[in-house]
Design a protein around this ligand. Structure first.
Ligand code: NAG
Length: 451
């Protein structure tokens, strides 16, 4: 998100009662999306994200658009005109009621890609070790509780643009630890396997390393997908002029779904000619679509519509995107996806990749989160909470990367018993100090043995 500052976070949170409550409010008009190989699927159908980024009011005044039922319904009419199947929301209030908007979206066949961080509950790239803590994770977990019940929750972003240059790559282990903990929470609570992954800033120098890093190691610490922002196709352009052909080549062996979390260069008049490439077999073997930045005009000329009270004015970019999407069918069949692939190699330290923590280690699971794993996160802090960025301590406790992670039990779709959390081994490792000789070295396979 172009106007976002140093935050990355999440929000969310209904009580454990809601998480456990039955399907009365369930949005059941859509088939939940799953990951197979490097693609998304809705049942047996390949699922390509055809979406826009949706945060009316922008980042400076973060409000929960899913809690604003009237605006949500007003905008769904526009999403339908565009032929969308996904919106991305950057911030929600985990104490709010989302049923009506989520159900209306489901009725329209629209899924939600949700950032779980909020301005106050997020990893601070200036102080990642202090901002990665149990207070932070409780907010993220509460957001997961609030949204796991909807079939049209497509995926969770564990972080957004935390790394925005080469020097901030040292934050990557904290993003990966957060991703691990969110996956553990989903497994511990027995939720559907909602995909969790990171949304990377448009930074060429470390994009591939970040993608590799999030997809290396054992399954319970690897991401379920990877997304990045890409503003490099500026009309008039082409698959080769934009360099998108080289990215497809670079990522051809990447084994998890890849998509654009923001696209839509506005340097020149936008015709959204990249849409044709994005949903053609030039790219669909490697990419799974993307999200146009952004729905509403917020002062930086990326908007598709101008909002004013109840009224919506469609701008020229709206019509251009509408025509690009309606003129572009997705490939028939499976689009050339790869049904299986290996985890990535972890990247090595370089002038553009400054991760000094060994690949088989991560910041330890913060002590204090076992109870959330076992009993649920409880009430979230919402957008008005005191914040979590200063709740931790300086100095990173390291542990074997998978220590404390809770793997999914059984086959895909099976529910892990909530008792799984009882066997979490987080506390003993979370005290390991940042001294290599004292770090507990356990196989990263260890987490899998906990099921
Ligand atoms: C790399 O990260 C370490 C901390 O993890 C920091 O002390 C060092 O200054 C960083 N180096 C560069 C070149 O940014």
């Amino acid at each position: 998100m172009k106007t976002v500052g140093a935050f990355t976070a999440v929000s969310g949170a209904l009580s454990a009662f809601v998480a456990a409550s039955p399907a009365a409010t369930r949005a059941s008009k859509v088939t939940p999306v799953t990951v197979k190989g490097n693609a998304f699927f809705a049942g047996d159908e390949r699922f390509y994200i055809r979406g826009v980024d949706y945060q009316p009011g922008g980042a400076s005044d973060a409000k929960d658009p899913i809690a604003d039922t009237a605006a949500c319904k007003r905008d769904i009419a526009e999403f339908k005109k565009l032929g969308l199947n996904t919106i991305r929301v950057y911030t929600v209030d985990n104490t709010a009621d989302h049923d009506e908007c989520m159900n209306a979206l489901a009725d329209a066949g629209i899924y939600l890609a949700l950032d779980v961080n909020t301005p106050k509950y997020s990893i601070n790239r200036a102080e990642p070790e202090v901002s990665y803590n149990a207070v932070y994770l409780q907010s993220l977990f509460a957001t997961i509780d609030a949204f796991a019940k909807y079939d049209n929750t497509l995926l969770f972003f564990s972080g957004n643009e935390v790394i925005n240059d080469d020097s901030t790559t040292s934050c990557a282990p904290f993003v990966k630890a957060t991703t691990r903990d969110m996956k553990s929470y989903i497994n511990s609570r027995g939720y559907r396997k909602i995909p969790v992954g990171y949304s990377a800033a448009d930074v060429d120098s470390n994009r591939f390393e970040m993608a590799q890093y999030m997809n290396c190691g054992s399954d319970e610490i690897r991401s379920d997908f990877f997304a990045f922002n890409d503003y490099s196709w500026c009309d008039p352009s082409s698959f080769s002029t934009s360099g998108w052909d080289k990215k497809v080549e670079k990522f051809k062996d990447y084994s998890i779904p890849l998509f654009l979390s923001e696209y839509g260069c506005n340097t020149n008049t936008r015709k959204f000619e990249e849409v044709k490439s994005l949903y053609s077999t030039d790219m669909t073997g490697v990419y799974s679509g993307g999200l146009v930045y952004e729905y509403s005009e917020e002062g930086s000329k990326y908007g598709l519509v101008q909002l004013d009270g109840d009224s919506v004015t469609e701008l020229d970019d709206f019509k251009a995107l509408q025509s690009a999407l309606s003129g572009t069918k997705s490939p028939s069949g499976d689009g050339g996806y790869k049904s299986s692939g290996a985890a990535s190699q972890c990247p090595t330290k370089s002038s553009t990749w400054n991760v000094t923590i060994a690949a088989n280690q991560l910041p330890a699971v913060p002590s204090g989160i076992e109870k959330y794993m076992k009993d649920g996160a409880g009430k979230g802090p919402g957008l008005q909470g005191a914040g979590s960025q200063t709740s931790g301590t300086k100095g990173t406790n390291l542990a074997s990367a998978g220590a404390g992670a809770v793997a999914a039990s059984g086959t895909a779709g099976a529910k892990s018993s909530q008792g799984a959390a009882a066997s979490m081994h987080a506390p003993e490792f979370s005290m390991a100090p940042l001294v290599c000789g004292l770090v507990v070295l356990i196989s990263t396979v260890f987490g899998a043995a906990l099921i």
